[in-house]
Write a protein that binds this ligand. Sequence first.
Ligand SMILES: [Zn+2]
Length: 389
Amino acid sequence: MMKRLRIKSTVALLLALSLILCSFGFAQAIVIPQDVKNVILMIGDGMGENSINWASAATGEKLFIDTMPYKGYSQTDSLSGTTDSAAGATALSCGYHAFNSNLGQCSILINGHGANLCTYLNVCEAAQSIGKKTGVVTSDDNSGATPSGFSAHTYKREMPEEITKQQMECGLDILWAKDNGVSSKAEAQKHGWQYCETLAEILASDGSKKSFAAVQGDICFDNDSDADAPLSALTSAAIEKLDNGKGFFLMVEGAHIDKYSHANDSENMFKAMLEFDKSIKAAVDFAKRDGNTIVIVTADHETGGIVFDSETKSYKYTSGDHTNTDVPVRVFGSYDLVKNGETVVNTDIAKFIAKKIGYTDTFPKFTLNFAFPAELFSALFAALKDKIG
Ligand SMILES: [Zn+2]
């Protein structure tokens, strides 16, 4: 009797304490301590801190990303040094570093000929194995490096046919991207996909069936064409279709922050940044309503070497390529990854996702390729043959 009374009063005390803490504003940012139902990872390809600052300063827009509660940075180097988007996506989806151009595996490339040392499990596959729905949405082609890092395993990124073939057979519920000219309606339908080419078809698709979109227009932002399917609209639609009792993992990529920064085309980079920002808002708005969702925003690397010039008091590009500047990490729904300016490694983000979606098996995980010595030999041989001609 005494014991039960003590437990009751402890519970009452805890309740009172949490009420007091809530009234002091501690509940303002929803903090979910352990597993959550849904995780949404938003990758701004090539998005450095200064891509955000520049877009905000130049357009006069207060960006939503800057209102996210928990902030930090991520290191992005791959086994090759400054990363490309393939090794970057592999780190973010599999929790392991790889060489540039590797997708979901660690392979040695000799003059374009590859030998796969081991294959990595990605977070989509981990989520699928525990009954979660999974989706990949990008403004890039379906066989672009970032979406491929979450849906395929190849020794190099320039294999659109092989990547598309693997994607057709992968366990995703949604794969929405720009048409890469390789996928076909007949092939997709053979593998049980609904095949969409427009936003209208995507919106009208049956949520209980998996859907593959090869969008004919632009996704990076609305270019005033009827064929366009802006990333923010796709993000909202994907969340609506994936939301289910068992939860989901969704990766959304804004690919054109990188593409326009390679060309040092700031005006279009701003547009791509604003559309990506709108997509982040759509994801966080859902997370706020849902109360059981974490949204992580980061980049695979910075592109363009954007710096603030104190003389001209403006931002400028200093490179046409990727840099190894640490990239932003912003989180809604948990401060277990970053809270107040900490720096993590990109592979930590994949591990964080696997843990938060409740994947209890070993992660990260690799499978050794026992054919590696033979593959290495044939890659060497093929490279030599190239050289001799
Ligand atoms: Zn790039």
